[in-house]
Structures are given as C-alpha cells and as structure tokens.
Design a protein around this ligand. Structure first.
Ligand SMILES: [Fe+2]
Length: 189
C-alpha cells in the first residue's frame, strides 16, 4: 500500500527517490540573469522531487509515484520539471492532481502543443508520443500522482537539443499563459 501525503509531498511505501536542485537546472529557464539571481539566494534544498514505487520490471510492470514541485518563478517562467519524451515513445502516462495548481505542458515532435490545467481531483492523460513537463503555476507545492510503464524510459535530450520546449508557461497579472519560446529550434525528427 502506498500512503500519499500531498501536503508534505511524500509517498509512504516508496522505494525510489529522485531530487533536482536549482543548481542542476542551468539552461532550463530562458532568463539567465534571473536564474543566476535565484541561484545566489538559493537555500540548497530540492526544487522538485519524485518518490516512486517500482516492484517489478519488464513488460507490463507499472511505476507509481508522487511528483512534487515547489512554487516559484525564474523571470516570468513558473517553476517546472525538465520534461521528457519516453524512450519508448509509445508509452502513455497518467497524472492525477493531489494538491496545488499546475499545468501539464504537452508537445509532439511534429509541433503540436497543449497546456492542460491540473488541480486536486483532475486527471491528465499523457498519450504516447507526447513530450511532457509539469509546471507549478500556484503558490503552494504542486503534488501529482503519476503512473507509467516501468520500462518506458525517459529521453531528456530531445528538449535540451531543441533549445527548450516550444511553449513557455509564464505569469500574467492574474495567472498564467503560454507564449512561444524564442530559443526553440524544433524537435529532432
Ligand atoms: Fe513521463
């Protein structure tokens, strides 16, 4: 049994943990001066993390976990994960909102883009073939439950090689919107 604590961003019964620190994320955000300023004031704690349960591998096995992103902004961009395409790109994934307010940014290598709100009680279906990234657009922890096929794999390079995702999730006076990323060069075929 897996005990989810959305407010703490923890999952009892997990057997894996992955953490990302701000210092690991150079180049992720489009405003280097704002990133350097944030890094100068950083307290050294993780900015996002994953706790997961994997009990088997091979075809058919599922990894279940909680993904947690602290709130924050770098320039006008909201705090986000690096994002990836599954190495076995046909593998889909489920996200279910537990706490906080977020956006699941979805793009295909061919250039389609969607930004789906995620909040407590909503489910987001990431179909196979879609690059995906979670973004915290609120002011509290964004906690989501996820489930994917254990051997799906993660390809982070597809985003890095393209100069970032095609769209940015940015702050407005009363919330968030998307705008094109001027550094995006198109995804590899
Ligand atoms: Fe994924």
């Amino acid at each position: 049994m897996l005990g989810l604590d959305a407010a703490e961003g923890a999952m009892g019964g997990s057997n894996g943990r992955y953490e990302k620190f701000l210092r690991d994320l150079a180049g992720l955000y489009r405003d280097p001066a704002a990133f350097d300023s944030a890094l100068a004031g950083d307290d050294g704690s993780p900015v996002y993390w994953v706790e997961s349960s994997t009990v088997a591998d091979g075809p058919g096995a599922l990894t279940i976990g909680i993904s947690v992103i602290k709130p924050g902004r770098i320039g006008d961009e909201f705090a986000m994960t690096r994002g990836h395409l599954h190495e076995r790109s046909e593998c889909a994934e489920l996200y279910f909102g537990l706490s906080g307010t977020g956006v699941m940014l979805l793009e295909t290598p061919e250039g389609e883009s969607r930004a789906l709100p995620i909040s407590p009680g909503t489910a987001v279906h990431v179909p196979g073939g879609w690059i995906h990234r979670s973004v915290n657009v609120g002011d509290e922890l964004l906690s989501t439950l996820f489930c994917y096929e254990t051997d799906a794999g993660q390809d982070y390079g597809i985003i890095e090689e393209a100069g970032g995702m095609q769209q940015l999730v940015v702050a407005t006076a009363d919330g968030w919107t998307t705008r094109p990323n001027p550094d995006h060069r198109g995804y590899r075929a």
